[in-house]
Ligand binder design. Structure first.
Ligand SMILES: Nc1ncnc2c1ncn2[C@@H]1O[C@H](COP(=O)(O)OP(=O)(O)OP(=O)(O)O)[C@@H](O)[C@H]1O
Ligand SMILES: [Mg+2]
Length: 226
């Protein structure tokens, strides 16, 4: 048994508009430290809805969520925001970088916001993450001056800045060509293997999923394989 980083127990989620629909049904899931796991399933099966709950962004659900040994139920928005910025890194399909800011500033932002380290140290750490991902030389460029693949690597560096215990992604390779998708996959694999980084990635790419440690398959709001 590994060390459990994230655990969901009996999670149900309903949408009420226009009629009540149960979109997540009895989700139970635990993710171990250092695991590279993917969530797959048909469009509409509830993957993004689940990721929103696991990342504490959506609090309107039944069931329990534990992150890094801490119960999320009952925490107020400020406490959840601290969990999000300190313990979870996100990589989305679209990078959401600030275009007029430099690469380095973009990566530093969540670190400055968390305020765990002084700015000079956040900067050093940001440079280290950029070097680790092979994009150190791009640090001074504005985000809009990068290619799509480069932007996504910057987004990964940004997700890593606070040394999160888990990185979550919703189709992080969905907007990339094959070569850049492969590059992002390799970065994730290396993070898991060399740094024991935990990764929970939603993808519809079966090939991508099949090369990870674990494929969690959803159907109609339920986990049917994990
Ligand atoms: N705000 C909402 N209100 C009502 N229904 C919603 C809402 N958001 C999502 N749904 C519905 O919940 C179900 C799950 O949606 P979700 O976005 O989680 O699917 P998904 O598996 O991520 O799909 P995709 O692969 O297309 O991204 C779908 O049937 C969707 O129509
Ligand atoms: Mg989705």
């Amino acid at each position: 048994m590994g060390e459990i980083i994230l655990e969901a127990r009996n999670v149900n989620k309903y949408f009420h508009d226009p009629v009540e629909v149960k979109v997540l049904d009895g989700i139970g899931l635990s993710v171990n430290k250092g695991e590279f796991a993917t969530i797959t399933g048909k469009s509409g099966c509830g993957k993004s809805t689940l990721l929103y709950i696991l990342s504490t962004m959506d609090t309107d659900y039944e069931g329990e969520l534990n992150i890094d040994g801490e119960q999320m139920k009952g925490k107020n928005e400020a406490a959840l925001a601290r969990v999000r910025s300190g313990k979870i890194g996100f990589v989305f399909q679209f990078h959401y970088l600030l275009n007029e800011f430099s690469v380095l500033q973009n990566v530093m932002l969540p670190g400055l916001k968390l305020n765990r380290f002084p700015p000079a140290e956040v900067e050093q750490r940001a440079m280290a993450k950029l070097d680790q991902l092979g994009i150190g030389p791009l640090a001074k460029r504005k985000a809009y001056q990068l290619s799509g693949g480069e932007k996504q690597r910057v987004a990964i560096a940004r997700a890593l800045i606070n040394d999160p215990c888990i990185i979550m992604g919703d189709e992080p390779t969905g907007n990339l060509d094959k070569k850049n998708g492969e590059l992002v996959f390799e970065i994730f694999r290396r993070l898991a293997e060399e740094y024991r980084q935990t990764l929970l990635i939603v993808t519809h790419d079966q090939e991508f999923a099949s090369r990870t440690d674990r494929v969690i398959r959803m159907e109609d709001g339920k986990i049917v394989q994990s």
